[in-house]
Design a binder for this molecule. Sequence first.
Ligand SMILES: Cc1cc2nc3c(=O)[nH]c(=O)nc-3n(C[C@H](O)[C@H](O)[C@H](O)COP(=O)(O)OP(=O)(O)OC[C@H]3O[C@@H](n4cnc5c(N)ncnc54)[C@H](O)[C@@H]3O)c2cc1C
Length: 379
Amino acid sequence: MSTQPSIAIVGGGPGGLALARILHVAGIAATVFERESGPLERPQGGTLDLHEESGLLAIERAGLGAGFKRIARYEDQGTRVLDKSARLLFEDAGSDGNRPEVDRTDLRALLLDSLPARTVRWGAALADLQAGPDSRWHLALTDGHAGSFDLVVGADGAGSRVRPLLSPYRPQYSGLTFVEFGIDDVDARHPALARLVGHGKMEAHGDGMEIIAQRNGHAHIRGYAIFRVPADWAERRFDFSSPAAVRAGLVAEFAGYADAITDLFRAANDSFAVRHICALPVGHRWASRRGLTLIGDAAHLMSPFGGEGVNAAMLDAAELARELIAGEDWAEAVARYERAMFERVMPAAEGSAEGAATLLSHESAALAVAQARSHVLAE
Ligand SMILES: Cc1cc2nc3c(=O)[nH]c(=O)nc-3n(C[C@H](O)[C@H](O)[C@H](O)COP(=O)(O)OP(=O)(O)OC[C@H]3O[C@@H](n4cnc5c(N)ncnc54)[C@H](O)[C@@H]3O)c2cc1C
């Protein structure tokens, strides 16, 4: 490109870090501002499956294919669907799957280790962003620093602070609440639960509720108890100051389920989290504005039912980087990325919205089987 913009990336999640890395490979520097104090401030969450045409493509463009193979879990691509009495409705061992699983923390470490020191500024949450008279954007960070950049990329997730400068839309609550739980050392301490979940993902359906449990690395299971309830329900229903009370409360809510399934709650460790599932409208877009853009959840937050969120975020990073690297005019390159991205994410956003709308319906077990089958066929 003729002139390179100075680039700030707000948010060091998978989208922001993939963008920084792919630009770095092409010799373009960017600074990532991340609100967390360091890479180990919190566990990064559960396992993700990367798709060939998106997440894995971004990994290849980042030149990290070999490193990814070392952290990927090709053996954990199975799917099991049960009804509430623990009857197996569908099973796929996933042995010939092409969507390897990876723990989020490992993926973040892979991307971070591939960046030059000081690319990521930790403990630097975006506090203010304003257009200056010099047609640059002025950022103020919570660590007291400030800076001016030609291009600011909002990769700051669901609650993006950059998005309001481009779009009036906010994520809306989907009506679904997840209570997240974890089980440690499952193979040694809970072999029956290890078999129940299998090597991949297990879903159990019934009574208008659902449990999803996924095998992560290091013999860890991460699970979600899923309810269609008002947004403040979980905080009122469960006493999160008492892990024992949360365990008992979950067992009580799923009273119609077999003990073999509710044992997941009995075995849960003391860390619980509530996730209110929100999404931006399908087809969310904005009028291009010089020097500002969004990638990932900031641009197109979806409910997690398509398993596309992180894949879409990483493909956004790869595509924005490709346009910036190839473009003569960086502002036009950004606008080209946006036009293509708005169309590209539509099917995934529609699928996720459909998944959120039909989840926990009376036929949800049958639907889950049909979806699991079509997922396997698609692969
Ligand atoms: C319960 C649940 C399960 C999911 N499961 C899957 C799955 O199986 N597969 C899948 O593909 N997707 C899944 N997703 C979606 C996936 O997590 C997201 O789509 C993905 O993380 C988006 O990446 P991102 O980089 O855009 O944003 P994020 O991962 O949200 O990263 C944003 C980063 O920005 C930082 N940040 C936020 N605000 C600021 C600020 N003001 N200043 C500086 N930094 C800031 C944050 O600390 C964070 O590091 C799931 C989501 C949920 C809630």
